[in-house]
Design a binder for this molecule. Sequence first.
Ligand SMILES: [Zn+2]
Length: 448
Amino acid sequence: MPESVTMDKIVSLCKRRGFIFQSSEIYGGLASCWDYGPVGVELKRNVKNAWWRSIVESRGDVVGLDCSIMMHPMVWKASGHLEGFSDPLVECKACHMRWRADQLEKAACPSCEGEITEPRNFNLMFKTFMGPIEEDAAVVFLRPETAQGIFVNFENVVTTSRKRLPLGIAQMGKTFRNEITPGNFTFRTREFEQMELEFFVKPGTDEEWYQYWAKERLDWYVGLGIREENLRLRDHEKDELAHYAKACVDIEYLFPIGWSELEGIANRTDFDLSQHSKWSGKDLSYLDPQTSERYVPYVIEPSAGADRSVLAFLVDAYREEEVEGATRVVLKLHPSLAPVKVAVLPLSRNEKLTPLARDVYERLRCSFVTEYDDTQSIGRRYRRQDEIGTPLCVTIDFESLEDNQVTIRDRDTLAQIRLPIAELEGTLSAKLSGEGFGTDSLWAGARA
Ligand SMILES: [Zn+2]
């Protein structure tokens, strides 16, 4: 991580350019809740789409699912969340601030040095009531993980998808955890979006699949542009393991707050299916049609966070460069993640230039996420596109009216080429799909 990237700079860029805003800001904000703005929502969608493509669409052995957030309360009894999904909470007797006991370095309040209470278990699930009566029988929880929706649908999916094991079931969606100490921007929040895969395998093959998925998931981040030196795998110690896991490895990223979890890959064994069999009375074992063996599958779970991934992609893409004596802030996002692919920028807002520029914009819009901008100076508009990570800018100037040629500017190298409008779409498309970056003869002679 270059020293220049701080969380403050990322937060400031996100607000300035419309990636992420504080929730309910006009009322003073709601702690640890964040809203994705116009370019932020595009970035997040691109991250989720890339995950779905890689996990579901590009494979023959994974299918998707989209479950409800509220589920039968027995689900959380069987999964162990009612009993065990808690953090040790202490309270300061003087200022009444609350802390996680396992995060305190000494037995005093970090805020006022006051005496703290004995720890008590605080369940992290959000509780609400279904229907008009607030009584115990109507209690439901907002899901603290998307995984359980997959486990309770295991039989439905196997039956209807006509697939054999090994088989994965993937789900993306909102999840809620009433964290005692959220923070660090979107790194730890109480409402977040998970991208989870439960990969069901025959017991005995689980360790091989565990290794496979750890590597596969690490490669995914690298393939989307995160620098390898900012990623590492960290095995959980035995005493760190969740109650259901036989092994767990974190993919950690070097965030501005230090090495922190980006994604966890866990071997959940047959814990969840066995528990749901026990509590529901439904047999959730699997009959192998080829060998006629019956077994309760083991599960390998790569569990990623969409919000945390977005943060890592933002941090890793953030650069400050010296260009002609000034500092240029640029997001070197992978083209497939960039919120806007192409910006059409007439040299100035001018009645002669506008018709041609609008015409180019309308054409490109059919093929790429394209933005049109003719406000302010061209320098300021380039600056904005650099800061939202737009890979390519197309500039229309007065010469374009004569020769029907336009200029393309490359975000990363600042190289520019001039080419006929008729060749524009093909060239942009090749450039965005990674073809010819650096080696393309068309760009070889380009000047920065
Ligand atoms: Zn205190």
